[in-house]
Design a binder for this molecule. Structure first.
Ligand SMILES: [Fe+2]
Ligand SMILES: [Fe+2]
Length: 407
């Protein structure tokens, strides 16, 4: 089925330019080009769209107001800003409204790639109500202790960028939000940033403080009655550390080592989304998994027709995180389902996830995707040597606690 894309801009020249560069994708995309926000809302009332790409400064209703309305009325639409005004205030005011930000003039190929990826993410989730819930998310909740630490550090007169980076890089929610921002075209970077510490450094201390204290881009996890959620944060952080150690052992380049850590930290971000957005239902899913001895992803599949892996990959994909990171999140249980057959971020995250379970006394052998490891030619080596990294005293990096959320 053709994907439906809506372009909104008050300048006829811009719309003509878009029509011209996108002529080649007409067989796959059904496109509408409209000159005002008001008109865009009328079009959206008439039929469903997958993606909307809008200008920000328009007479009458501006881009911010349009995005706000589309978010409320048509939450399933992926919202992308294409604006020539790259001022800081504009970025900050639209942070919770748009999934991605592009700056004019935008290269046609880059625009095609970004919109195509947003459309491809759609295939990950079938349930329309789940698409609406996940597309409406503008921030992911953080572990309360880390949230308080980052607020204190930002409020402190001698708060340091390094310390803020350290705190944020332990938390999947804060890391994902900063990577979304720094990978927006307004930062004009040629390659995707995959390291939270680098993202923090690029954004700078003053903007980070404004984001934390005034814009309030982070939020605190606040779902009373959820059983020991801190184990989810421990599992995520440890998986990131183990993935980094595996990538280092494999002699991958430094940017891949950084990416392995971040992808490990984010691999179960879908659980965080489900815990936060469907708390009652997710409690039942966890209980079902406990009672029936099926894995958590099997229980999710039964109850939601999808798994946390796809839910997390969908949001990170529409937020514009790197393709290899989204791939690692989507396929971390079954890397063999991915067409990529070289040692990658996905491989490191899959192995790290298994090793982290091992550290909790849960067998990892039936979790390992042996067929995939054989295809990569590393099956024997990995099975012999897959161990959990240990600290200097020989203690495993995990703390041995059973992980309710990671079965
Ligand atoms: Fe998982
Ligand atoms: Fe996991």
């Amino acid at each position: 089925m053709k994907k439906k894309i809506l372009f909104v801009d008050d300048e006829p020249n811009v719309l003509d330019g878009l029509r011209r560069v996108l002529r080649g994708v007409r067989p796959e995309w059904e496109m509408e080009f409209c000159p005002s926000a008001q008109h865009a809302l009328e079009i959206l009332e008439g039929k469903p769209f997958d993606v909307m790409v809008t200008d920000m400064r328009m007479p009458g209703m501006d881009g911010c107001e349009l995005l706000e309305k589309v978010k409320a009325l048509h939450p399933q639409v992926v919202r992308i800003i294409l604006s020539g005004h790259s001022d800081r205030d504009l970025i900050l005011s639209s942070l919770g409204l748009a999934h991605q930000f592009l700056s004019k003039p935008c290269d046609g190929e880059a625009l095609k790639a970004i919109v195509s990826r947003a459309c491809a993410m759609r295939e990950l989730l079938e349930d329309q109500s789940l698409v609406e819930i996940v597309s409406s998310i503008d921030s992911l909740p953080s572990l309360p202790t880390l949230y308080k630490e980052v607020i204190e550090e930002a409020n402190s007169e001698d708060g340091s960028l390094e310390r803020i980076g350290e705190i944020i890089s332990k938390d999947a929610g804060m890391s994902a939000k900063l990577l979304q921002l720094v990978n927006s075209a307004f930062f004009g970077l040629a390659a995707k940033v995959t390291s939270t510490v680098r993202a923090v450094n690029l954004i700078g201390l003053e903007t980070i403080k404004a984001l934390v204290l005034s814009v309030k881009i982070f939020s605190e996890f606040d779902r009373p009655g959820m059983p020991s959620v801190s184990t989810l944060w421990d599992h995520s952080l440890l998986t990131g550390m183990i993935a980094r150690s595996i990538a280092t052992q494999e002699d991958l380049a430094q940017n891949q080592i950084d990416e392995a850590f971040t992808a490990g930290l984010l691999h179960d971000v879908g659980k965080l989304i489900l815990l936060d957005k469907l708390p009652g239902k997710y409690r039942e899913i966890i209980a079902l998994s406990g009672e029936t001895e099926c894995t958590l992803w099997e229980a999710e599949q039964t109850a939601l027709s999808t798994t946390h892996a796809h839910v997390g990959a969908y949001l990170m994909g529409i937020w514009g995180l790197s393709g290899s990171m989204v791939e690692a999140i989507a396929y971390h249980h079954f890397p063999g389902k991915c067409l990529n057959t070289v040692f990658s971020t996905l491989t490191a995250v899959h192995l790290a996830d298994c090793a982290e379970h091992d550290s909790r006394g849960e067998s990892n052998r039936d979790r390992l995707d042996i067929g995939y490891l054989e295809k990569l030619g590393i099956s024997e080596r990995i099975q012999e040597s897959l161990t959990v990294p240990r600290d200097s005293s020989g203690k495993a990096l995990g703390d041995g606690r059973k992980n309710t959320f990671c079965r």
